[in-house]
Design a protein around this ligand. Structure first.
Ligand SMILES: [Mn+2]
Length: 424
């Protein structure tokens, strides 16, 4: 389904006076509100194709109805999100589920919604019916060369599909690891992974990147071959300039100082980008900002300061993507909430008085440094986000409009109550 432009205009008109009052109030306290609005309009967050259906746990899955059944329907859902918030102009595909039958037609269909294709993702963490060798004991790190070769070829095939769609990055997450001490020689596993990745790296087009994602545990519970940012950094350093480290917020043990990791990867030019989500206990894949919005703000504070120090374009220099799973919420509503939370944290980070913070740090004025950060964090920037959306042609309140138009009911009518999204 597509959202008629007149619906957005009617919605905005009905909220305009209230919005203007709120915006004027907050804008008065922001020194360069026009600069902030411009950056917010430019800042786009990619939606992964697997987040458009209901997720599940190993205990079960409860379908929400009207899920996208094909690549075209996934693109249409991202198109709907983008029409509402003007903040998600790309989709990230997962192969083998999202193989385009006709790349030219799929590109044209996406561009009809104002979308392009973000990083493509390979999958060697489960077996497909057609494959010769099993990934039960890993893929790129496997002790059997034939299994490694199959996994290498799959990744090269994913690059090929991505190139047809004008993607510019391959995102690799491996579930490779071991469940029990002694199962695996850790050094051997790392060396084989590096060797496999080198073959994939050689197949990258010149203007491509490979993003190496890490995760401490799950599905393996004793060791993960790319277990933390150090191991990913080691691999991406050995591979070369086109390899970088991808930070998935949920892929850290509790209390990890993610902002410090981000700061140093950025310093080294090795920060590929993000998979945004939130978590309470582990890789919970919850809605961004639902558990720990202050940590997200602190991460963005490091990003804004670090990117400005290196003269990087906030919107385009690294990859911004959501990686979440929705077990009980409508996926589109959840994604609208996540995008909003990311942009709130970004806007708050833009409000940090950096020169004053530098001075406070120089003076060892700890109290003042904290005051400066929390002044920005405690500013209600939502009217600034709404103003940016309004100027970009989106809705003042995307979630309210999505609900107001009963869009999910229309999707259920089109696709059925029991439509099941392909993919994870
Ligand atoms: Mn991820």
């Amino acid at each position: 389904m597509e959202l008629g432009k007149h619906l957005i205009e009617e919605h905005n008109q009905s909220l305009l006076n209230t919005h203007k009052r709120k915006f004027d109030f907050v804008a008065e306290g922001v020194s360069d509100v026009e600069g902030v609005i411009k950056k917010l309009i430019d800042f786009q967050i990619a939606i992964p194709s697997w987040a458009l259906g209901t997720g599940g746990t190993r205990f079960g899955r409860f379908s929400g109805g009207g899920e996208p059944r094909s690549l075209e329907e996934k693109i249409a859902d991202v198109g709907l999100i983008h029409a509402l918030n003007k903040s998600s102009n790309s989709i990230s595909l997962h192969i083998p589920w999202d193989i385009p039958e006709n790349a030219t037609e799929i590109k044209a269909y996406a561009s009809h919604f104002g979308l392009h294709f973000d990083a493509v993702n390979s999958n060697t963490f489960q077996d497909q019916p057609s494959q010769a060798h099993s990934y039960k004991y890993g893929s790129l790190h496997h002790v059997d060369k034939a299994v490694r070769q199959q996994a290498i070829e799959h990744n090269i095939e994913v690059i090929k599909y991505g190139a047809e769609l004008d993607s510019k990055a391959l995102s690799v997450w491996l579930s490779d690891g071991s469940n029990f001490p002694g199962q695996l020689n850790m050094r051997g596993a790392f060396e084989r992974t590096l060797d496999s990745l080198q073959h994939i790296y050689e197949a990258l087009p010149n203007d491509w990147k490979v993003w190496v994602e890490y995760k401490p545990y799950e599905p393996n519970f004793y060791s993960t071959t790319i277990g933390d940012w150090g191991q990913s950094y080691l691999l991406s350093s050995k591979l070369g300039e086109k390899a970088q480290t991808l930070v998935d917020l949920g892929h850290h043990l509790g209390s990890t100082n993610i902002e410090q990791i981000v700061s140093l990867l950025l310093m080294e030019g090795k920060l590929a980008g993000f998979h945004f989500n939130d978590s309470k206990y582990g890789d919970d894949d919850l809605t961004v900002g639902s558990i720990n919005p202050y940590q997200l703000f602190l991460i963005f504070n490091e990003l804004v300061e670090g990117m400005d120090a290196r003269g990087m374009n906030h919107a385009t220099a690294i990859g911004w993507m959501i990686d979440a799973s929705h077990n009980v919420k409508d996926p589109i509503e959840d994604l609208l909430q996540s995008v909003e939370a990311i942009k709130i944290a970004y806007a708050q980070a833009l409000l940090v008085d950096q020169p004053a913070l530098v001075q406070a740090q120089q003076d060892n004025d700890v109290v003042q440094a904290q005051e400066i950060l929390q002044q920005a964090y405690r500013t209600d920037v939502r009217p600034i986000l709404a103003e940016a959306r309004l100027r970009a042609g989106g809705a003042i309140q995307p979630l309210a409009l999505f609900r107001g138009t009963a869009a999910r009911n229309q999707l259920i009518q089109e696709r059925g109550l029991k439509a099941v999204s392909t993919g994870l």
